[in-house]
Design a protein around this ligand. Structure first.
Ligand code: ATP
Ligand code: FE2
Length: 331
């Protein structure tokens, strides 16, 4: 069985083709880079619609198949930016109607989790999902990925990107901050964990104040990583303790960061838990994760009519019934 998945929630327009064993036949993408400032939804929409034919055709070519060989189509229904989501949804509906093959709208955050689990070998982890727009600590309990902790304001990736942008670094800021941090020393920043929730925007405001008062950029990059990642590690550790699970999975675009991985690995070692992380190529937004989640949903019996595939820009991870996992009530 082959599923073609289309990702278009924000910056990335991606097309992945995956089989029922999660063998990735192709995974192509085009990424919109805002000229300055944050993402402009209309510009991202125009980017996605103009790149769609090229990305789709190169994905089919790399997989060595024809559109008629696809058994099911899936797309990111949400969460994300309305215009971006619509670009992917419209193309997927067209492909489904043209070929007469089924269509499934999948949750983008669930897709980050499922590709991470499958490719890393984790079975029932506490998930730290960290990307541009999202920061959540989740675990599967009783039919859903339940939220144990999350950001109260922006996602940790967007927090890093905002800081980077104000300091003149190009988008995406995360990788640039990681490189600059290699030559930095610690300066004190606020640390804001509130129960199981996290808040990043005040820390960024303070880091920018220090930057403008002359503190070295390398030192601020180092200190931001140490502070924000320690906060994430603390909440993840507490979720492990609450749920009694013994695996941690790191997924989402910020999972590419080596220091974050190191902190989580050390925490897991100290608790006797296993640490898993999504392979680098599949950490950021990509079509393969949407295709794999499409396969999981389809083989668990989900089927949708084209007219029911409306986008859902505010679709939360914990609103999705996970029909492909046997419910466990081990809490
Ligand atoms: P979502 O819709 O899930 O929020 P997204 O559109 O933010 O996804 P992703 O590709 O999942 O996209 O994540 C991109 C984010 O990851 C950006 O904020 C980027 O700065 C961050 N990032 C990428 N590489 C690194 C890194 N090495 N260190 C820290 N952050 C990183
Ligand atoms: Fe994402």
């Amino acid at each position: 069985m082959l599923c073609l998945g289309i990702e278009s929630t924000a910056h990335t327009f991606g097309v992945g083709i995956v089989d029922e064993n999660c063998r990735v036949l192709s995974n192509k993408k085009a990424v919109y880079v805002p000229p300055s400032g944050g993402i402009v939804p209309r510009e991202a929409f125009l980017h996605h619609t103009s790149k769609a034919p090229e990305v789709l055709l190169s994905s089919l070519k790399e997989a060595g198949i024809d559109i008629g060989d696809i058994d099911v189509f899936s797309f990111s229904r949400g969460p994300g930016l309305g215009p971006c989501l619509r670009a992917g949804a419209v193309l997927t509906r067209f492909l489904s109607l043209k070929t007469g093959k089924p269509i499934i709208g999948v949750n983008h955050c669930v897709a980050h989790i499922e590709i991470g689990k499958k490719l890393s070998g984790a079975s029932d982890p506490v998930v730290l999902y960290v990307s541009g727009g999202n920061t959540q600590v989740l675990a599967f309990v009783d039919g859903r990925y339940r939220t144990f902790g999350e950001t109260l304001d922006v996602g940790v990736g967007n927090a890093l990107d905002m800081f980077a942008r104000e300091c003149g670094l190009q988008h995406p800021g995360g990788p640039k901050i990681e490189r600059l941090a290699e030559n930095g020393k610690y300066v004190k920043l606020p640390y804001t964990v509130k129960g199981m929730c996290l808040s990043f925007s005040g820390i960024i405001t303070e880091a920018l104040r220090l930057y403008r008062s002359g503190v070295r950029l390398e030192d601020l990059c180092f200190s931001l990583q140490e502070t924000l990642f320690a906060m994430l590690t603390e909440v993840t550790e507490r979720a492990l303790a609450h749920t009694g699970k013994n695996e941690v999975l790191l997924t989402g675009g910020v999972a590419a960061n080596k220091r974050l991985r190191e902190m989580l690995r050390i925490m897991c070692e100290e608790r006797g838990a296993d640490f898993y992380t999504v392979p680098h190529e599949f950490a950021g937004d990509n079509g393969a994760m949407i295709a794999w989640t499409g396969i999981l949903a389809f083989t668990s019996g989900i089927s949708e009519k084209v007219e029911d595939t409306k986008i859902n820009p505010r679709w939360r991870t914990d609103e999705v019934d996970i029909t492909w996992i046997q419910p466990s009530t081990n809490l």
